[in-house]
Design a binder for this molecule. Structure first.
Ligand SMILES: [Zn+2]
Ligand SMILES: [Zn+2]
Length: 172
């Protein structure tokens, strides 16, 4: 949905909308709902609200698909990109964390929702904090089964820790 900044009334604008943006590599399993309020101060627009929805991600350890709820509060300060020169842009970016820009007098709520989804997807998705992952040798899902593989190579960091522990036991 595109909102004309010119059309935002002085008392502000409240909107509720649903959107299922297409994002490469992201499966949306529940449409995203946004409840937003827009307030205008000159050419600046403050967009506040809440965005909720659900995506399906692949666990980076066990490769299982799992669903993740996204619920995020936003507070964005929109400036018209055409009104700014480069120096002002730099100033704004330094002063305000959540500055965004609109073009040609239009704020695109699709972009807001898309950005929030991307911001909330973890770099390394995990189906659960303590996911055991797959056995590196036989590929068994260690969350469900145990396997008999002997993992011979010990992570060098673990080896250091183990020898440290042995020494502590000796002297402790
Ligand atoms: Zn997992
Ligand atoms: Zn195994």
């Amino acid at each position: 949905m595109k909102i004309e900044v010119f059309d935002i009334p002085l008392e502000g604008l409240n909107i509720e909308l649903e959107d299922t943006p297409k994002i490469d590599g992201v499966t949306i399993t529940q449409p995203f709902k946004a409840i937003l309020s827009l307030d205008k101060k000159g050419l600046e627009v403050l967009v506040k609200g809440i965005i909720t929805g659900e995506v399906e991600l692949e666990c980076s350890r066990c490769l299982k698909d799992y669903k993740m709820q996204i619920k995020t509060l936003i507070e964005l300060n929109y400036h018209p990109i055409e009104e700014l020169n480069r120096e002002e842009l730099v100033e704004l970016k330094r002063d305000e964390m959540d500055v965004d820009f609109y073009r040609e007098g239009l704020i695109d709520t699709d972009d807001i929702i898309r950005d929030q989804i991307l911001l909330n997807i973890p770099m390394k998705p995990l189906c659960s904090e303590d996911c055991k992952g797959l056995c590196p040798i036989c590929g068994t899902d260690l969350n469900k089964f145990e396997c008999q593989c002997e993992v011979k190579e010990i992570d060098p960091r673990m080896a250091v820790l183990q020898s440290l522990l042995r020494r502590m036991k000796k002297y402790g």
